[in-house]
Design a protein around this ligand. Structure first.
Ligand code: OGA
Ligand code: MN
Length: 211
């Protein structure tokens, strides 16, 4: 690994950005930050996600867990592939960046996050994900939800916002702009994905603690 690929170098999210995320999660339970991953990495991951979609190797995502686990494309319309270490250089770089975020969240919020799970998500035009929470009813290990967007030149009129419904506050729309990260507490935050007029790609993931 050369120096310029080291996660400690200038193109990785710095301590300041981690601190802004920690502060926002502490204050109101969610955070939105631009330029969380470098543009070159966003592009590499976007190309990989688009190639998986074109090849037809993504699978329709399930709703719920256990006996209630089911396919309901009108409720949840994204197609996914889970990330694993060693799949590509770009994915490994991404996982290294998420590992630094995990450490920063633990340091700042004492959350005891132990693991990270993540998948590519591809929403075809018109696909959406109705209001939900990310924590499962019978498994509370998902603690912090993280979505990093991979879409170049996204405009507000393209739709596809992540709409947060924080309790007691007005709704917040986060446009899926490339390199942007959205972070929120998995147990509390009701949220939804609005339909878009163009392909919408992201990496959705969860930091987990022991159930
Ligand atoms: C999810 C989800 C939000 C987004 O995958 O559970 O809510 O903006 N994604 O893609
Ligand atoms: Mn969700």
């Amino acid at each position: 690994m050369t120096r310029s690929h080291s996660p400690a170098c200038f193109d990785a999210p710095g301590d300041e950005q981690h601190q802004r995320i920690v502060d926002a999660i502490h204050d109101h339970g969610w955070s939105e930050q631009d330029n969380f991953i470098p543009p070159s990495l966003t592009l590499a991951l976007a190309l990989e996600c688009a190639a998986l979609a074109t090849a037809g190797t993504l699978t329709l995502a399930h709703v719920s867990q256990g006996a209630a686990r089911s396919l309901q494309p009108d409720v949840r319309g994204d197609q996914i592939q889970w990330l694993e270490a060693g799949q590509s250089e770009a994915r490994d770089r991404y996982l290294a960046i998420m590992e630094m975020l995990r450490i920063a969240l633990n340091r700042g919020l004492f959350l005891g996050l132990e693991e990270y799970e993540s998948h590519f998500a591809y929403y075809a035009p018109g696909a959406s994900y109705l209001q939900h929470r990310d924590q499962f009813r019978d498994d509370d290990s998902r603690t912090v939800s993280v979505i990093v967007y991979l879409n170049a030149d996204w405009l507000p009129e393209d739709g596809g916002a992540l709409r947060l419904h924080p309790e007691g506050l007005s709704t917040q729309d986060i446009s899926p702009v490339g390199s942007r990260i959205a972070v929120f507490l998995s147990a509390d935050m009701v949220h939804e994905v609005l339909p878009a007029t163009r392909d919408r790609m992201s990496l959705a993931g969860w930091f987990r603690r022991r159930p």
